[in-house]
Design a protein around this ligand. Structure first.
Ligand code: AMP
Ligand code: FE
Ligand code: FE
Ligand code: ZN
Length: 294
């Protein structure tokens, strides 16, 4: 089976299960995601905007129009003790009360936190809240985050690119940084499971996001609570760490997924640079509460 071929980036064919659009901090629309994924020959893709399902409808329409297979998901902001955690969730019921409440609460926290950060930034960089909101392509429907602050700083001429701003004032180690109050990873696993979905820890070994990573014990605890998988194939996970994650996945019978974390022009990550094999996607579809779109 072609999906069993691997190189340093993981499977050499399959699905990209980690993609952002204008409904969060990506720069392309869901239809553009589907078009590009189809053009470059992916077997399928998942839309995974931060803390929202707002892009699902557009993505579904585009996928149906061109007969391209699509998983519907989100990347959920969470924390586990001192570790900031991103959880990918797939194929859950988007109307489930637990999920709806979780997203409402996180989106409110994000807005509050963003306003506070912009107020700190504005002391040294004269940008306003309106400047940040004007960088969101879907207004209230966009999940607001640091990338929109970075884009406002770029528009005002303080940095050349979004990544430059992330290396400067927008960095999590800068004096302007404020974390988003987030639900625990344990709670996210439970809520996603109750909504009939599949949960996967995103980029679990990305030192550029966290000085301390989730420990083996923390991952075991999440697995006991019903965690489905680990996103091993992601550019942020170091080589040695991938071995650790693969070992844990074997021991705990977790799915091993891959995704590019595509943000369009907002990040250097290329669509399809990391992939998930068809066989793993089939297990996600079997476990999930909603049908695959194609
Ligand atoms: P936030 O969730 O508001 O703290 O912002 C973090 C988000 O910024 C993450 O979801 C990343 O996708 C995005 N991000 C992190 N680093 C960069 C970067 N260097 N360039 C563009 N976006 C980034
Ligand atoms: Fe992002
Ligand atoms: Fe992430
Ligand atoms: Zn992401």
């Amino acid at each position: 089976m072609s999906s069993d071929e691997y190189n340093d980036c993981g499977p050499t064919s399959g699905w990209d299960l980690h993609c952002h659009t204008v409904f969060s901090d990506g720069t392309k629309t869901p239809a553009e995601l589907v078009d590009l994924a189809c053009t470059i020959g992916l077997h399928g893709a998942a839309i995974t905007d931060h803390d929202t399902t707002a892009g699902w409808k557009d993505a579904q329409k585009a996928a149906e129009d061109c007969g391209f297979p699509l998983l519907r998901g989100s990347e959920i902001t969470a924390q586990d003790r001192r570790v900031s955690v991103h959880m990918l969730a797939y194929q859950y019921d988007p109307e489930n009360e637990g999920i709806v409440n979780l997203f409402r609460s996180t989106r409110q926290s994000r807005l509050k936190r963003a306003k506070r950060m912009v107020s700190r930034l504005s002391k040294d960089f004269p940008i306003t809240w309106n400047d940040v909101m004007s960088q969101t392509k879907k207004g209230d429907e966009t999940t607001v985050g640091r990338p929109h602050m970075a884009d406002a700083l770029v528009a005002a001429g303080f940095y050349r690119t979004r990544s430059d701003a992330f290396a400067g004032a927008i960095s999590s180690s800068s004096k302007y940084y404020i974390p988003t109050p987030s639900p625990s990873a344990l709670k996210v696993v439970q809520v996603v499971r109750q909504a009939g979905g599949v949960s996967v820890v995103a980029h679990p070994a990305d030192y550029s996001r966290n000085r301390i990573l989730l420990s083996d014990a923390q991952i075991r605890e999440l697995a006991d609570a019903g965690l489905d998988g680990l996103e091993v194939w992601h550019r942020g996970n170091g080589r040695e760490e991938r071995e650790r994650l693969l070992g844990l996945a074997r021991e705990l019978r977790l799915l091993v997924t891959g995704g590019s974390d595509w943000h369009g022009a907002g990040k250097p990550n290329k669509l399809g640079e990391n992939l998930t094999p068809d066989s793993v996607v089939m297990q996600i579809v079997e476990r999930g509460a909603i049908p695959l779109v194609s």
